[in-house]
Design a protein around this ligand. Structure first.
Ligand code: HEC
Length: 129
């Protein structure tokens, strides 16, 4: 009788130990996961004109630099963007009150810091289509 009771107790404490081990490892591993996913990756991925650059140019630089109503220098194609990339990067990083700041008079959404970083990275990788 006494030995079987003891066996039962042993089983129970083994079970409790296992349970706390599982709980502990689950908690510590989920902590690890959340701390790595909450930050932006340290290395930026690569960008292309079609997928990344063209949509942001359209959103911030149309209609003024796009055909339909564009009266200014056209910036609606890959070639035009590549040929003007230095000027584009200078203008979008000017102080907002500067007369040469683009988008002109803030009539369209300004490029975010991230969008400017995307443009710079794209330029540094020889501007893939
Ligand atoms: C609301 C209309 C408008 C929007 C939107 C706009 N621009 Fe302009 N842009 C102008 C005007 C007007 C000029 C001419 C005045 C000047 O040179 O400062 C100009 C001139 C420029 C020039 C110089 C062109 C040349 O002939 O040398 C560049 C480069 C330029 N814009 C880039 C951009 C970029 C990049 C965007 C989007 C982030 C943008 N613009 C958005 C109106 C606009």
């Amino acid at each position: 009788m006494i030995t079987s009771e003891r066996k039962m107790k042993n089983k129970l404490s083994l079970f409790a130990a296992l349970l706390s081990l599982i709980t502990f490892s689950f908690c510590s591993s989920s902590k690890k996961v959340s701390s790595t996913t909450s930050n932006e990756p340290a290395v930026m991925p690569s960008f292309t004109y079609e997928k990344d650059v063209a949509p942001m140019m359209l959103a911030s630089c149309s209609p003024c630099h796009f055909p339909e109503t564009g009266k200014k220098k056209l910036l609606d194609t890959y070639d035009a963007t590549v040929n003007n990339i230095d000027d584009i990067l200078i203008r979008v990083q000017l102080p907002i009150e500067n007369d040469e700041y683009m988008p002109f008079k803030s009539k369209k959404p300004a490029f975010t810091d991230r969008q400017i970083a995307v443009l710079k990275k794209w330029q540094s990788e020889k501007m893939p289509r």
